[in-house]
Write a protein that binds this ligand. Structure first.
Ligand code: SAM
Length: 211
């Protein structure tokens, strides 16, 4: 019999050792970005939500709705099972980010897309995902990606020596920003999770006036 996916034990396993440092840095930067947006944001979409690593932080500012979307129903079930909260109930939805999202234009005040772009291997899919995320937000977007950097190229060589064979796609910072600028968004801030040591970046975008 297969065991049910459990949110707490999954997150403990996934974010241990050096990953725990990265997890803490990511949560800290996300917290700082959310603080910039003000105490109340309205409707928020987290996609892909996974098992809900950021649900607690997003719930604090989502005053109208918090929708958690993921391709994999089992992660959403784990997220629902872990919900023992007096605050606003989350909505969960199976979504495929490579297709048209089942939401209206501007349906959310904030769209949050974390640790997804570095899995996308084609420019066409990157364009599609950026366009869909920008379509369904009326105002803010928080998106993370792996930025190309010479330091990380060096890190990748070390990884290869240690037996990691499959490298994750990285994209130059300006090229990543352009994906969203073309969709009417402007960069408010781009932060490296661990400057010089890790390729992961988190960007806060806001819709440009007139779009
Ligand atoms: C690395 S996890 C990130 C989860 C969460 N954002 C976080 O940072 O903890 C990537 C998630 O993407 C989901 N996923 C993979 N392909 C997807 C797709 N085409 N559409 C939506 N979600 C997808 C996986 O099920 C997984 O939960």
């Amino acid at each position: 019999m297969s065991r049910e996916l459990d949110q707490a034990s999954y997150l403990r396993r996934r974010y241990r050792g050096s990953q725990a440092i990265i997890d803490r840095r990511e949560r800290k930067i996300v917290g700082q970005f959310l603080k910039r947006l003000g105490p109340q944001i309205g409707g928020v979409l987290d996609a892909p939500s996974g098992v809900g690593r950021f649900t607690a932080q997003l719930r604090r500012i989502a005053t109208e709705r918090l929708v958690c979307g993921d391709l994999w129903g089992e992660t959403l079930q784990a997220l629902r099972r872990a919900e023992h909260h007096d605050g606003m109930a989350i909505e969960t939805k199976e979504v495929d980010l490579y297709r048209t999202l089942p939401f209206a234009r501007g349906e959310f005040d904030l769209v949050f897309n974390f640790r997804f772009f570095h899995h996308i291997r084609s420019a066409e899919q990157r364009n599609h995902v950026a366009a869909e995320l920008a379509r369904v937000t009326s105002r803010y977007l928080i998106v993370s990606y792996y930025a190309t950097s010479s330091i990380h190229a060096w890190q990748k060589r070390i990884w290869r020596r240690k037996g990691h064979v499959r490298s994750l796609p990285m994209i130059p910072l300006s090229e990543f920003h352009q994906l969203f600028v073309r969709q009417g968004m402007r960069v408010v801030e781009d932060r490296s999770v661990l400057p010089l040591l890790h390729a992961h970046h988190i960007v806060l975008f806001e819709r440009q006036l007139g779009w």
